[in-house]
Design a protein around this ligand. Structure first.
Ligand code: CA
Length: 219
């Protein structure tokens, strides 16, 4: 899962990137509205955290521009405490959720997980397929109840495929959702991660769809 953070406070921006990366997300950070708007329009994010008070272009204008251009990515806005008009304007502009500053980081992480789950059509925090269970809250993976140890990138790959269960995911799409923008991407490494995942899981849930990509499905 790949997340865009648009936040001009260097301290909060750094904290958000650190925590989100720790939770297994690929994260891009934009420090002003102009860069944020551009990234949101050109890169395929699974969720966006958007501060409303931003230099160059304010957050509400960024959000309105995305929605006008058909960008449907789930957006959580960060508003000033007590500013209920900001929340109303933000929701009317197309925000999916909001948090008032200062917020609790755990609450933000839970809301981001829920936004991504709902956008991908999952009602529950656990996604299961063929004995493999991915707990999106803890980042734990089990096969028939037994825990499986995964590296950060193996988890990112499995998490994306599990969220898109039953659907074909191309290698390009997978790469775009497991690496941040400035990462040197290599499609061969994705194949390596999938190979390792198959060995570690020991059940045939990651299918290769010849010429198209991968699909997680019942064995
Ligand atoms: Ca701000």
């Amino acid at each position: 899962m790949r997340v865009l953070v648009v936040e001009d406070s260097p301290e909060l921006g750094r904290q958000l990137v650190q925590r989100l990366e720790g939770e297994g997300y690929a994260v891009d950070l934009a420090a002003d509205g102009e860069e944020g708007q551009f990234l949101g329009q050109t890169e395929p994010y699974d969720a966006v955290i958007l501060d409303l008070g931003l230099p160059k272009v304010d957050g509400l204008s960024v959000l309105r521009a995305w929605r006008r251009d058909g960008v449907g990515t789930p957006v959580l806005i960060l508003t000033a405490r007590g500013a209920w008009t900001e929340k109303v304007q933000g929701i009317d502009a197309g925000a999916d959720d909001y948090l008032a500053k200062p917020f609790n980081m755990e609450e933000l992480l839970a809301r981001v997980r829920a936004l991504i789950r709902r956008a991908k059509g999952h009602a529950s925090a656990e996604i299961a397929c063929g004995g493999v269970v991915l707990d999106t809250r803890t980042g734990r993976v089990t096969v028939s109840g037994a825990p499986v140890e995964l590296t950060a990138y193996e988890y990112r790959v499995l998490s994306y495929l599990m969220h898109r269960k039953g659907q074909v995911v191309s290698r390009t799409e997978l790469i775009e959702h497991v690496y941040a923008q400035d990462f040197d991407r290599d499609s061969n490494t994705v194949e390596v991660f999938v190979g390792r995942l198959r060995r570690k899981l020991g059940v045939d849930v990651i299918k290769t769809v010849r010429g198209l990509g991968y699909r997680v499905d019942e064995p």
